[in-house]
Design a protein around this ligand. Structure first.
Ligand code: GUN
Length: 289
């Protein structure tokens, strides 16, 4: 029988650990961590994600600031806002919620964020530092996955880990993290051009699906007893929800779960962990000062 990896429960445990640390800082008269978020336009998904981030700050006792800019904002105006947060001493870390409107170059904006305040861990300096095994802000999803494995006592050393997907925010940084000394997994990254993807996936002790294709991973791609981590969060239409949509993972849960030792559900698996990573990075940014 498989065990469900409960990301919601682990996230709530980590939030209470962070809240205790905030109380301790308060009692010692030290600075309270402060996270700022820039939200451009009115994208439904982004509104929801940012609202969750602000709520999470309140839950752990952080200060938070939400800066809303209109869809029509110019790249120059957005860059000025980023620069003002870079030099604002009260703000320890901030994020620019993605995606940005098509007329703004996301890479240019990300590169303008001070690496010391880049709590999303998207800046090339932070990705480079992580690659070299130096202290860095690790981005949310890779951190969340490694923390889930650790807290469930899932051994990674010497084990075969296959990651489906090579995105800059999940697959590729996760591959570096999992192969680091101390985690010690044997990592393979497969992607849309990989030959024999199914066969390679079926050799994994730990299989991570991060391609954004609902139900892509089927039972015949999974080894008996494998640990399966589902990063997919695609909105698909649904008649059973009030909103008319639900989140679908990259794993065909019903057929795959019976073969697994551990598996993450969607929702409630990796998703809730990504916000605690942001909180953890903000606490780190604050305590580094
Ligand atoms: N859009 C979707 N996920 C993220 C994230 O983790 N950070 C930011 N800034 N934007 C996102």
């Amino acid at each position: 029988m498989y065990k469900l990896i409960d990301g919601k429960q682990v996230a709530s445990l980590i939030k209470s650990e962070i809240a205790s640390e905030v109380l301790r800082r308060k009692s010692e008269g030290r600075k309270i961590p402060h996270l700022a978020a820039i939200l451009v336009g009115n994208d439904g998904g982004s509104e929801t994600y940012v609202a969750h981030k602000v709520k999470a700050c309140e839950e752990v006792g952080f200060e938070s600031t939400l800066i809303r800019l209109p869809e029509s904002v110019t790249a120059g105006e957005l860059l000025s806002t980023v620069k003002s947060l870079n030099i604002n001493d009260s703000v320890d870390g901030f994020i620019v919620q993605l995606p940005l409107p098509a007329h703004i170059d996301e890479e240019m904006v990300t590169n303008e964020i001070s690496p010391d305040k880049d709590v999303d861990g998207f800046h090339p300096v932070n990705l480079g530092r992580m690659m070299l095994g130096m202290p860095s802000f690790v981005s949310a999803t890779p951190y969340g996955i490694v923390e889930l494995l650790r807290r469930y006592g899932i051994d990674t050393a010497g084990r075969r880990c296959v990651i489906i997907g090579r995105s800059n925010i999940v697959g590729r940084p996760l591959s570096i993290l999992l192969s680091q000394k101390g985690i010690d997994a044997t990592v393979t990254v497969v992607h849309s051009r990989s030959e024999g993807l199914e066969k390679i996936a079926a050799e994994a002790d730990i299989l991570v699906a991060a391609i954004g294709k609902p139900g892509f991973v089927k039972a015949d791609m999974v080894k008996e007893g494998a640990v399966v981590i589902d990063v997919g969060t695609t909105r698909v239409s649904s008649e059973s929800t009030k909103s008319g949509w639900k989140l679908a993972g990259d794993v065909d849960f019903d057929s795959v779960a019976p073969k697994c030792s551990f598996i993450t559900p969607v929702p409630g698996g990796v998703g809730p962990m990504t916000i605690v990573s942001l909180l953890r990075n903000t606490l780190l940014a604050c305590s580094r000062k």
